[in-house]
Structures are given as structure tokens and as C-alpha cells.
Write a protein of this length. Structure first.
Length: 245
């Protein structure tokens, strides 16, 4: 009798031993909704993490390539130097998170809520930021070339030195933003709003549909390059602080 049951017992033990490997093969870790501890340098590529809570998590240098992070909450999370190539971040909450020097090439960020996002030096080449909210975010020296940012909101954001060549900014909002030394070469500005935007040293060479954009209150410097036919007044000189005697 015992000899007859032995093969069955061994099979059950083997199944339990194989469960971790099977879970890894399936790449489905959606059963765990919270993952906010330190996971710097982790390989989380090709995972299904939709709806997870990553608030204040530490994921510096982590790899999220082609993972599904739809609707995740990652407020104040640290993704410095992380990789999000082709990652699905649709409607993700990235408020006050950091993706500084991170790679988000071809990432899907449609409808993302990213107020106060730190994206300094980040690469978003070919990313989709349509209808995303990036109010007060920092994209200084970031590369958004070839990205799609239709209806995206960059109000009060800083894009100093950012590169956005041939980027689609149709109906995007840059009201009160700082675009000093930004490169919008060949960008689509159809219906975009640049109210009270600082454009000192910015390069809009070859920008299209600028005739339908609103530049009321915007200002430029002597080094700003505008497409033929677009006229914007110079920025007033910076006020000189009074010297206290």
C-alpha cells in the first residue's frame, strides 16, 4: 500500500517545488497589489503589475521593460535611472515621482497623472503622452523627440534645454511653462497654448501649424529661433535687486 502511494506523494512534492518557476514563466504577478519596498535594480520586465500600489517605492535602476503598469499608483516613487521601454503606464499616477535619467522610450503614458514629476534628463523618444497631466513637472534636458503629446498639459512645467524634435504637441498646454533653450524643431504646434511662456533661446525652426497656436504673453530672447511668419515680443530684462545700504 505504501509503495503504491509513494509515486503520488513524490508528484505532489514536485508540483509544490515547481510553483515559483511556473509563476515566473507566466509573468503574472498581479495577485500581489502592493509592492512599495526597496527594489533597486530589480528585473521587473514583462510583468503584469496593473493597479499596483508603488507609492514611495525605491526602484532606482529597475527594469520595467514591456511591463503592464496601467493605473498603478506610484506617488513620490523613485525610478531614477529605471528602464520603461515600451511599458504600459496608461492612467498611472506618477505625482511627484522621479524618473530622472530614466528611459521611457516608446512608453505609453496616455492619461497619466504626473503633477510635479521629476523627469530631468529622461528619454521619452517616441513615447505617447496624450492627455497626460504634467503640471509643474520638470523635463529639463529630457528628450521627447518623436513623442505624441496631443492634449497633454505642461502648464507651469520646466522644459529648459529639453529636446522635442518632430513631437506632436497638438492642443498641448504650456501656459506659464519655461521653455528656455528647448528644441522644438519640426514640432506640430496645432492649437497648442503657450500663454505667458518663456521661450528664451528656444528653437522652433520648422515647427508646423504655429498659426493656430496661442502665444499671448509669451516672450523670447535674441537667440530664440522662430519659424518664418511667427512674431513674439522679447522678454523684459530681469529686475535688478535693490542694494541695501
Amino acid at each position: 500500500m505504501l509503495r503504491a502511494l509513494l509515486p503520488m506523494a513524490l508528484a505532489v512534492l514536485a508540483l509544490f517545488a515547481a510553483l515559483p518557476a511556473l509563476a515566473e514563466q507566466g509573468k503574472n504577478v498581479g495577485w500581489e497589489p502592493v509592492y512599495s519596498p526597496s527594489c533597486n535594480g530589480c528585473n521587473l520586465s514583462f510583468k503584469r503589475l496593473a493597479g499596483w500600489n508603488l507609492d514611495k517605492g525605491q526602484f532606482e535602476g529597475a527594469n520595467f521593460t514591456a511591463s503592464d503598469l496601467r493605473s498603478v499608483s506610484a506617488e513620490e516613487a523613485n525610478f531614477t535611472g529605471a528602464t520603461f521601454t515600451g511599458t504600459n503606464l496608461i492612467e498611472a499616477n506618477l505625482a511627484r515621482a522621479s524618473v530622472e535619467d530614466a528611459s521611457l522610450n516608446a512608453a505609453k503614458l496616455q492619461g497619466a497623472s504626473a503633477t510635479g514629476l521629476n523627469a530631468i534628463g529622461a528619454s521619452l523618444i517616441g513615447a505617447n503622452l496624450t492627455a497626460g497631466e504634467f503640471i509643474g513637472a520638470t523635463f529639463e534636458t529630457a528628450d521627447l523627440s518623436g513623442a505624441k503629446a496631443i492634449g497633454a498639459i505642461f502648464a507651469a512645467a520646466s522644459l529648459r534645454g529639453a529636446r522635442a524634435e518632430k513631437t506632436d504637441f497638438t492642443k498641448a498646454n504650456f501656459d506659464g511653462a519655461n521653455l528656455t533653450n528647448a528644441q522644438f524643431i519640426g514640432a506640430n504646434l496645432s492649437g497648442a497654448s503657450f500663454l505667458d511662456t518663456r521661450l528664451g533661446g528656444a528653437d522652433f525652426t520648422g515647427a508646423t501649424a504655429f498659426e493656430t497656436a496661442d502665444f499671448e504673453g509669451a516672450c523670447i530672447s535674441n537667440s530664440t529661433r522662430l519659424p518664418a511668419g511667427l512674431v513674439i515680443p522679447a522678454c523684459p530684462p530681469a529686475p535688478i535687486a535693490a542694494v541695501m545700504e
